[in-house]
Design a protein around this ligand. Structure first.
Ligand SMILES: Nc1ncnc2c1ncn2[C@@H]1O[C@H](COP(=O)(O)OP(=O)(O)OP(=O)(O)O)[C@@H](O)[C@H]1O
Ligand SMILES: [Mg+2]
Length: 611
């Protein structure tokens, strides 16, 4: 009893260990993917049934040809039947054509809608989840999973309808022409069904595994494409080839095992059908001899029997695609159901003020619960002031920016803007009020102008040029033959590090936001360019609340507040003069840098100029 109960529960709730699918999934796939396009589906199904009807009709024509033309030898009947053959096949062709067009259009609409939904979800996703999933997995939601789910709704559903309709019609014809024989053949049905179910179960397990394997393949591919330069620089091509061959092997094994199971299906079915045919022929011979059945009826019965074979075989294989699609739907819905944690509070309001003060209040944060990154950060930056964050690498400086922009949420404490918790502002307005030049600049594959305009798409060309001039970028941009229309390549790969940084600065200047975050914004520039941009940045900082992260202390000496961040804590805070007087960490850093810098300038005079 308990066993039966467990089986029912597993059937309804699904069971990952044996790949069983949740029952509710069928409904959800229908509601979310099929239902919005039900008109297309319904029209497709109607034409499918009509085409199946036209096909079944051709069988009745053959029966008439045998009985009327061959046995009764009526020539008029044969002319009339000839016309009917043309009409029946013509109609079948027209219905099939209409079905194909309708289903394609409906499928394309459903596909675009599903992909838009995934895209929207993806762009709002928490960075933490996004990074832990990896790009390969995220890409597969679009390709592998979305494709399988759509195939399910548009292709498989239609195929099931088509096959079931044809099967019902052919079975009906078989019953109509020779019910006695059907009664005997019905006993063969379980012998066909049992091995089919076993094969289906095996393939379901393999199907579930195949999605994980597909993720590994695209993850490896993606890593290779992004890291191609590093791979070549370390001459690691062979190592990567081996890794790729390894993931491909597991993909191949999975596909092969699946084929092995599938390859059994056809011969098994054909064997069963041959037994059926043999029985039918022997019985038919006896029935015709005893006059219980006419030759035409028997011929039509045999035709219907062979016509039933095709849809019956197809139904078992569509069962597989159905399972594959449902498993894909399960993965896709899991993703679409994952709510981003960082969202607007129900009472969130717009951040509209222009003078913004920023405060960190007892902020502690860890990316992974076991490794604290920031501990008890307290910092108050009045509106329009400049706060510099300095300190050793890995101290947590960039993390403070990440928290201020709400890419991550502190575990304890709060960050405020104008004394209000930033979680009380809408995410959109918060980020619109912050311009950032990050440590690793990312540019979109498009023109320089589009990249500079990214924070303010409605900016005019003149405004773009003004921002580029301020960022000391106008000069090099004009040297390109296409000027501002020059393509920057994938991730800005066609530009130098310093050029990318200047475009990022121009982008921040044009965004014209009251809070400015500069994370090593000029680190990739030569001293000359840095000096020029520094002047522009000083202009830009005026009236804005600015946070500057800099390893080169010469750029932050004038900051209103300098914080030394070490091991996730603020160990010193004050102006340059105050911190020098303290004679602590900051003074140490400062002394080391100015000593080496003065050495460098001295040495430079002696060295030949290499640029
Ligand atoms: N996305 C992330 N997930 C997990 N850990 C991270 C992540 N980003 C940074 N860390 C870890 O957090 C710590 C602080 O990193 P952070 O980038 O804030 O340092 P930083 O002070 O900006 O260093 P640098 O001067 O080198 O840029 C480091 O130990 C780093 O390994
Ligand atoms: Mg950093």
């Amino acid at each position: 009893m308990k066993k039966i109960k467990n089986k029912i529960v597993a059937f309804v709730k699904g069971d990952e260990s044996n790949g069983r699918i949740k029952w509710s999934l069928y409904g959800r796939v229908w509601r979310e993917i099929g239902q919005p396009y039900w008109k297309w589906l319904a029209a497709g199904i109607i034409f499918t049934i009509l085409a199946a009807g036209a096909e079944a009709y051709t069988i009745t024509i053959v029966q008439q040809v045998v009985d009327k033309a061959f046995i009764e030898k009526s020539l008029t009947a044969i002319y009339w039947l000839g016309v009917q053959v043309i009409v029946a096949f013509g109609a079948k062709g027209a219905f099939t054509y209409a079905k194909a067009l309708i289903m394609s259009k409906g499928g394309l609409l459903a596909s675009a809608n599903l992909q838009k939904k995934i895209y929207k979800h993806m762009t709002h996703m928490n960075l933490a989840r996004f990074y832990s999933d990896g790009i390969g997995k995220n890409l597969n939601y679009f390709g592998v999973q979305a494709g399988a789910v759509l195939n399910l709704v548009t292709g498989t559903v239609i195929k099931v309808v088509q096959n079931v309709a044809t099967l019902i019609m052919t079975l009906a014809l078989m019953f109509y022409y020779a019910p006695q024989m059907c009664a005997v053949l019905m006993f063969l049905a379980p012998a066909i069904m049992i091995p089919m179910v076993v094969i289906m179960r095996k393939r379901r397990k393999l199907s579930r595994q195949s999605f994980g394997i597909a993720n590994n393949v695209s993850q490896q591919l993606n890593q290779t494409l992004h890291g191609i330069k590093t791979i070549q620089a370390f001459a690691a091509e062979e190592r990567e080839e081996k890794k790729f061959a390894h993931v491909l092997n597991s993909s191949m094994n999975n596909a092969y095992k699946s084929t092995q199971a599938n390859a059994l299906r056809s011969p098994l079915m054909e064997f069963m059908i041959s037994i059926g045919l043999c029985i039918a022929m022997i019985m038919g011979g006896h029935f015709i001899a005893s006059g219980t059945i006419s030759t035409g009826d028997f011929t039509a019965f045999l035709l219907a029997l062979t016509a039933a074979y095709k849809p019956a075989k197809s139904i078992t294989s569509t069962g597989d695609t159905l399972q594959h699609g449902l498993l894909a739907a399960e993965i896709l819905f899991n993703f679409l159901d994952s709510e981003p944690d960082i969202v607007d509070a129900p009472d969130a309001r717009e951040l509209t003020a222009k003078n913004l003060s920023v405060g960190f209040h007892n902020v502690s944060f860890a990316y992974n619960p076991t490794e604290p990154v920031l501990t008890d950060i307290n910092l108050q930056v009045p509106a329009g002031k400049v706060c510099a964050l300095v300190g050793p690498s890995g101290g947590g400086k960039t993390t403070m920016f990440n928290l201020l922009e709400r890419f991550y949420e502190p575990q304890t404490g709060k960050i405020t803007i104008n004394r209000t918790d930033i979680r009380k502002y809408t995410l959109k307005s918060l980020r619109e009020n912050i311009a950032d030049v990050s440590q690793s600049v990312f540019l979109f594959n498009g023109s320089i102008e589009d990249n500079i305009k990214y924070g303010r798409p409605d900016a005019t060309h003149d405004e773009v040029v003004a921002a580029a001039i301020a960022a000391n970028a106008d000069g090099f941009i004009n040297e390109f033959p296409d000027g501002y229309k020059t393509s920057v390549g994938e991730g800005g790969g066609l530009l130098s590090g310093g050029q990318k940084q200047r475009i990022a600065i121009a982008r921040a200047i044009l965004k014209d936001a009251p809070i400015l975050l500069l994370d090593e914004a000029t680190s990739a520039l030569d001293t000359q360019s840095e000096k020029l941009i520094q002047a522009a940045l000083n202009d830009l900082m005026r009236g804005r609340t600015t946070f500057v992260i800099a390893h080169r202390l010469s750029t932050i000496l004038d900051a209103d507040i300098i914080c030394v961040i070490k091991g996730g804590q603020i160990v010193e805070m004050g102006t340059d003069a105050e911190l020098c007087a303290q004679n602590g960490e900051y003074k140490k850093l400062r002394d080391i840098q100015f000593k080496t810098e003065s050495k460098k300038t001295k040495n430079k005079a002696l060295l030949p100029r290499v640029e």
